[in-house]
Design a binder for this molecule. Structure first.
Ligand code: SF4
Length: 267
């Protein structure tokens, strides 16, 4: 349900609400969602969720992320795996197999895991806000170079997916946040769980694009002003990506541009 402090007309093409927060702290994923579609951001960050079943993909992704954190921080994984085996044996089996793939891969020196970072900035109009995010890990290579590590789960692994990851706003912002503590960072290593019928694991090391970092942070300064001003509108380009529909579609009152065409074709 829409919270009482927010007045929004979902039927309107450009609903406006008064942002309840000044000097907000915005998470990296929050900024990424705003960038993708402001209406999606409105739903998600005002506690309006579509009815969703816990999917196998989500449960497996969460289990693998948890095990990777334990493994990378040098803690034993067996106790948690045994618990998982009692809760959901199929998830535990798949997660253990994927963890074995990581164990067989190159071992890097782990500098930190699950590090929470926050850093303040000023918007173009002079308002203060902060960006926060959690780094999955920072690792050290044999040549003494530092890399940020990120765990991802996807069912659509291809070159476009990697390109989207490495050139996306969130990569630039995470890099900027990480460099507030660890500098210089060479780039990002993606640990990717490919969640198809037979799940697989792969990893890719992608060097940083400095222009992306500068551009992403400047974009955040603009978006923070926009969030505080609170103008919400739909971005129809985000309603479907890689043939997956936005999870908020049923709540969004979005006229389906294809439906009238389909009706005409049926008649
Ligand atoms: S259905 Fe489209 S317009 Fe509506 S929230 Fe999702 S992406 Fe935004």
């Amino acid at each position: 349900m829409i919270p009482p402090e927010v007045t929004i007309n979902l039927a309107s093409e450009h609903p406006v609400f008064t942002s309840p927060s000044t000097n907000p702290t915005l998470s990296v994923s929050q900024l990424g969602t705003w960038n993708s579609c402001r209406m999606k951001w409105f739903f998600h960050y005002n506690g309006i969720y579509p009815v969703r079943r816990e999917s196998h993909a989500l449960a497996l992704g969460t289990a693998v992320h948890e095990l990777l954190d334990l493994f990378l921080s040098g803690k034993p994984t067996d106790p948690r795996l045994n618990e998982m085996a009692l809760e959901a044996p199929d998830i535990a089996g798949e997660a253990e197999r994927l963890l074995d793939e990581v164990r067989k891969g190159p071992q890097r020196k782990i500098v930190t895991t699950e590090l929470q970072l926050s850093s303040s900035r000023e918007t173009l109009s002079g308002r203060v806000y902060a960006i926060r995010g959690i780094l999955d890990a920072v690792v050290l290579y044999d040549d003494e170079s530092l890399w940020r590590m990120e765990h991802k789960t996807t069912s659509r692994m291809n070159s476009l997916y990697l390109q989207g990851l490495s050139s996306g706003l969130q990569t630039g912002v995470y890099h900027w946040l990480a460099e507030s503590v660890y500098k210089p960072l060479k780039g990002t290593i993606y640990n990717i769980l490919i969640n198809t019928k037979t799940p697989q694991y792969t990893s890719a090391a992608i060097p940083v694009n400095k222009n992306l970092v500068i551009r992403s942070i400047a974009q955040c300064d603009v978006m923070a002003d926009e969030i505080m001003d609170g103008l919400i509108y739909r971005n129809l380009l985000s309603c479907a990506s890689f043939n997956q529909q936005c999870q908020y579609r049923s709540l969004c009152n979005r006229p389906d541009p294809c439906s009238s065409k389909r009706r005409r074709l049926r008649n």
